[in-house]
Write a protein that binds this ligand. Structure first.
Ligand SMILES: NC(=O)c1ccc[n+]([C@@H]2O[C@H](COP(=O)([O-])OP(=O)(O)OC[C@H]3O[C@@H](n4cnc5c(N)ncnc54)[C@H](OP(=O)(O)O)[C@@H]3O)[C@@H](O)[C@H]2O)c1
Length: 294
């Protein structure tokens, strides 16, 4: 009889990790998380489920009661999930968004790993200190909130927040006022050029560039981008985006959101399994899947 490697076979003991989003079919998380689970020899699978916002609480409750080992949330669920967590990590509570749910002792805890994800990408991949640096952040959605929080807690000197809907950016400034202590300012896009140099990094946390050839800086031009500055686009596919291409032409260091995606996923695995995740394997699985070299 052929003895099978039990990790390759789904049995009654195989654990499930779930990603809930709407839509979710484009997500690359199953690719990298299953590569990681397989590499570390976990008898577990990671599956994506398309859950409409009105069914989110029932889906989480149903998975939780069915013994799921952990849940990730993506757009549009990250903010809506807050009220039905039993507990929130300090970071998830501060950001106001949950992207990772841990199940322990019959209770569910909401975490936000986007914060450590962007910080690791900025520090390890882009070699930035963050502390004492000045950043422009574009966007005011869930991802932008995580980026702004990450920059502030890491000691950024100034963070200028620019969003199409200015009132949303102002709301973020209001929410983070206590930790910002005067370091966070909302600006309109047309005022971006008043910054006039001295910016170390620009982070695109809008969805502009995701589906077409648009760029969040089309309306104001690219004068803000200077040689040596970091331009980080949270979008990882397509890559490079128009923003990154224009930034590279102006001599900026450019980086897409693949690193952040890997690091936020690695932190989720660490929370669930209490062991370090194989980030190189996860990143390579995505590069292979996307047919990219870097
Ligand atoms: N790399 C990663 O690991 C990672 C993690 C999380 C998110 N992301 C990416 O980050 C992006 C934002 O995600 P999110 O969760 O924050 O989404 P979200 O909550 O829906 O926010 C979307 C943001 O984009 C802005 N926006 C959308 N369409 C626009 C347009 N035509 N012109 C100008 N601004 C526009 C919105 O501005 P308004 O407020 O004016 O609507 C808002 O600030 C997405 O591309 C997502 O894929 C990447």
């Amino acid at each position: 009889m052929v003895k099978r490697d039990m990790k390759e076979v789904i049995t009654g003991k195989t654990k499930l990790f779930a990603l809930l989003g709407c839509p979710v079919s484009h997500s690359l998380s199953p690719v990298m998380q299953n590569a990681a689970l397989s590499y570390i020899g976990a008898d577990a699978r990671y599956m994506a489920f398309d859950v409409k916002p009105e069914f989110l609480s029932q889906a989480v409750e149903g998975l939780f009661r069915s013994g799921v080992s952990g849940i990730n949330l993506t757009v549009p669920h990250k903010e809506k999930a807050l009220p039905f967590m039993n507990e929130l990590s300090i970071t998830a509570a501060a950001v106001g968004a949950v992207n990772t749910i841990a199940v322990n002792d019959g209770r569910i805890t909401g975490h936000n790993t986007d914060v450590s994800g962007i910080l690791r990408a900025l520090k390890e991949d882009a070699g930035r200190a963050v502390s004492g640096e000045r950043y422009v952040v574009l966007g005011a959605g869930g991802a932008a909130r995580a980026v702004v929080y990450a920059l502030l807690i890491s000691g950024a000197d100034k963070v200028y927040l620019i969003n199409r809907t200015v009132s949303r950016a102002e709301e973020v400034c209001f929410d983070f006022e206590a930790i910002a202590g005067g370091r966070l300012h909302s600006l309109s896009l047309r005022d971006i050029n008043v910054l006039n140099g001295g910016i170390d990094g620009l982070v695109n946390a809008t969805s502009v560039g995701l589906d077409d050839n648009s760029s969040p800086l089309n309306a104001c031009g690219y004068d803000i981008i200077e040689r040596g500055m970091l331009v980080y686009d949270l979008i990882y596919s397509p890559s490079p985006t128009v923003l990154l291409r224009k930034a590279a032409e102006r001599g900026a260091l450019i980086m897409d959101g693949l690193g952040m995606l890997v690091y936020q996923g690695a932190e989720a695995l660490r929370i669930w399994l209490n062991k370090e995740a194989p980030v190189k394997i996860m990143k390579q699985s995505l590069l292979n899947y996307l047919g990219r070299d870097t």
